[in-house]
Design a protein around this ligand. Structure first.
Ligand code: T6T
Length: 314
């Protein structure tokens, strides 16, 4: 399930378009609020945001909490709303906790564009732009199946419950795993977006079930930790690991063989689309309520070909 690959999916920060836009566009101010600062996924998304803002001649300010945590993200939203930007582009860190603050932003006259993650009832949002995360989870199972075709025990390490994207990935994986009688689904464990916790969960799971054949790590930080845990347990030859996201560290793990496949998203494209939607909404033009973006399964075999286009460029 590869979505439309546009030029922006293929480029990074370095290749921003030249400045453009009308003089009225110069008064448009947007704020991009990341799920967490420094995460390669959101850094690459910012590349797409900044390039499109430059092209359209609007101003964007980017902020992100130090952790993927609604108690840290909510105060950022509240203080940004007080400055009355035309729109906020945001990856909400929790489906419940971020519902009221974002609805309040809309009520205060600030348009809200949801990128990547969502909330329980996103009906107040101008647009929601996201990967097909359930499909991505299913693709992760398919990757484990092709790496370990005789079946066996499979495990998922995710971030936290309430992160819409990760929850959908787990659901997609779980459905596919349970539908295949050759596999036994051991369930999901939560690493709180902390690689060290993901590593500990992995070594403990392998100590309990040494015959695990595959682990799906549902995001960047889970994958980092799972790869470390597998190495510490000396299991890199018997356990196949599929990670989500394709930042620099993930690609290193793929090359060195601790991870066998990466489900890559199109963060720069999500950022580009979000700026387009926000600016259209502010100008009173037509917007699209839901924009799905694609994903691609990167393996060592396609990393020098099509897969390279999907590596996150910062
Ligand atoms: O996987 C991405 C993002 O899609 C998810 O919502 C949270 O984790 C990441 O940012 C990767 O760390």
């Amino acid at each position: 399930a590869v979505g439309a690959v546009t030029a922006l999916a293929l480029t990074g920060c370095a290749s921003g378009s030249s400045a453009g836009g009308t003089s009225s566009a110069k008064n448009i101010k947007l704020t991009f609020i990341q799920g967490v600062a420094g995460d390669p996924f959101y850094v690459t998304m910012q590349c797409g945001v900044d390039a499109e803002a430059k092209k359209l001649g609007v101003t964007v300010n980017t902020q992100g909490p130090a952790k993927f945590d609604p108690t840290l993200q909510k105060p950022i939203v509240d203080s940004v709303v007080a400055t009355k930007p035309g729109a906020i582009l945001i990856a909400p860190t929790d489906t419940s906790a971020m519902q009221a603050p974002l609805k309040a932003a809309t009520a205060a006259g600030v348009k809200v564009v949801l990128v990547d993650t969502t909330v329980k009832d996103p009906s107040f949002a101008t647009s929601s732009i996201s990967s097909d995360n359930e499909g991505g989870g299913e693709a992760a199972f398919k990757a484990i199946k092709s790496l370990s075709p005789s079946g066996g025990k499979v495990l998922v390490i995710s971030t936290d419950p309430g992160v819409s994207t990760a929850d959908a990935r787990v659901e997609g994986f779980e459905k596919a795993a349970k539908a295949d009688s050759a596999y036994s689904y051991l369930g999901v464990q939560y690493s709180h977006n902390d690689p060290a916790t993901a590593a500990k969960l992995t070594t403990a799971a392998l100590a309990k079930d040494p015959d695990i054949v595959g682990v799906f790590a549902a995001n960047t930080f889970a994958a980092q930790g799972v790869a470390t845990g597998i190495r510490q347990a000396g299991k890199q030859d018997s356990v196949k690991v599929v990670g989500f996201d394709a930042g620099a560290d993930a690609v290193t793990q793929l090359k060195d063989g601790t991870v066998q496949a990466l489900i890559a998203q199109q963060p720069a494209l999500i950022g580009k689309d979000a700026v387009e939607q926000a600016v259209a909404a502010i100008k009173g033009e037509k917007v699209t309520a839901k924009i799905p973006t694609g994903f691609f399964t990167i393996t060592k075999d396609n990393l020098d070909g099509e897969g390279a286009d999907y590596v996150y460029k910062t």
